[in-house]
Design a protein around this ligand. Sequence first.
Ligand code: GLC
Length: 622
Amino acid sequence: MPLSPVTSPPLNSAQQHFVEQLLSKMTLDEKIGQMTQPEKNSVTPADVTRLGLGSVLSGGGGNPDPNTPAEWRGMVTAFQEGALASRLGIPLLYGVDAVHGHNNVVGATIFPHNIGLGAARDADLVRRIGRATALEVVATGVRWTFAPAVSIPQDVRWGRSYEGYSQDSALVSELAVALIDGLKGDGWNSPTAVLPSVKHYVADAAATWGSSKRVNRQALAEAQNAAQTTDQTLAIAHMDQSFVELLKLGAWQIDQGDAEIDEATLRAVHLAPYRAALEAGALNVMASYSSWQGLKMHAHQYLLTDVLKDELGFEGFVVSDWEGIDQIYPGDYDRCVVASINAGIDMVMVPFDAERFIGSLRRAVQGGEVFPARIDDAVRRILTAKVALNLFENPRTDPALLELVGCSAHRTLAREAAAKSLVLLKNEGDALPLRRNTSPLLVAGPDADDVGVQCGGWTVSWMGGRGPTTPGTSILQGLRHTLGAEQVQYSADGQLPVDTEYEVGLVVLAEEPYAEGMGDRANLHLSADQVALLRRVRARCQRLVVVLLSGRPLLITDELPHWDAFVAAWLPGTEGEGVADVLCGDVPFTGRLSFDWPQSAEDLPRREDGSALFRMGAGLNS
Ligand code: GLC
């Protein structure tokens, strides 16, 4: 069933004329330069000038040192000045993964990840988050974020489940459009508009467990660890022996795998949010690493060109994912370049070796394997986005915006979002809300006092990590601010003096932060240490409240009967006080599950006729 084409043309006729005029002046190398996006550590501003590069990106953790908003702005501005100094002075589009705030930047406001925003089901909230994020991003000179993900996770063993708003396609469309509206602000041509990247096209979240070929396990088994492999991406992620342990837990089993679904399902479920995003004016789409029916999305001409560009009328540009084209024909780079560009990739994210890509595409054009018309089409699309953002008139951003990075107004918004994202799934004996001025509350678990854990992946570094990685308040700090420090006793390990008994014990459990395929897990049960902690606290309190910080539903069916109350808190971000606000009754519980909560491993992947411990839409009011 074809979808109707979008009706919102991005440029007026004068702007279209400007693009054509500019295109007509460009050499082949300048056109290919616009199609090239290296990572900031592999190029200098002088390279940007020399090669006429169209974009530079920071990957997850691609930070300046020191990692401050001002240093970020200095870094990005230098690259922009490099672009403006090129022969034609075509402004640069710098791209980052600002997927839950400007999350690479220490000091930025970190909002709940999308799975929590899906539970909040508040489009206006997401719009306001988009606007606040845009201001913090533009403050650092950046005008492009690789968000929103419109993934619709079918199997929550997938490490990117938390990047999806929901398993409900309509809710994903609604919230993605809200974020895009927030990023756009007063219009794409306004000075604080940020170009969104709708990702990952298409059906990235429909892969089958075990179908990923991202990691050559045999090769890794021979290498002592990932650092010795030729896989630069895994090496720079500092994958040491723990990487091999992650592989044993299921890492890279499903991420970047193959979606075996039929076309009707692909269109009805996974394509629908793209049409909504295009209608909202999105001018960039990122191709998925995954495959559909065995063919890599980065080489899928039917879906990239016939469907997205011709049927849906998309006039923006498609960017590849990080080294995404390399996976089409591993080891035969020139063939990858030809296949991806001819399929409809317009800009290539080539993190490590821009000139290798440039040379390969130049040879392909000169050899007649890629037609000049395809190059012109790709560059026209890239220039269309840059003109729509008014980059030619306004390539620099206002440094005064730097004071907005991590500002109190944005943190208040993040606190509101954290509160609205929590889902109360059990509350017996009125265990919640926690009451003031009663006997001391016991809070237990190392994750109760850890801002890094409550932010999750894509925070300062690619995978995120434990500890005070960025300014914020932990859940424990929030509880102490709300209830008074004297009323809150804390035990990280739950090892308590023999004669202590508590009316209420609150245990915070969390997943270790992860990103992408590093977070694929075969087993979604709580760990033995977590179960032991729960048992220790259970034995010493009359009522047990459990708060789970996770990027997905976990298998808690066996433990849930021993809990008096249970709250799904997802990955709430830097403002732990928002969690305390709801636990203490200052803000009501309003969140509702945006995913089915599996009862057992048999419910993975999700099936319409499958069972569930809790269904999408579940959630109690306090
Ligand atoms: C990553 C992710 C993508 C991200 C890109 C740039 O591998 O797949 O979501 O935007 O690379 O960091």
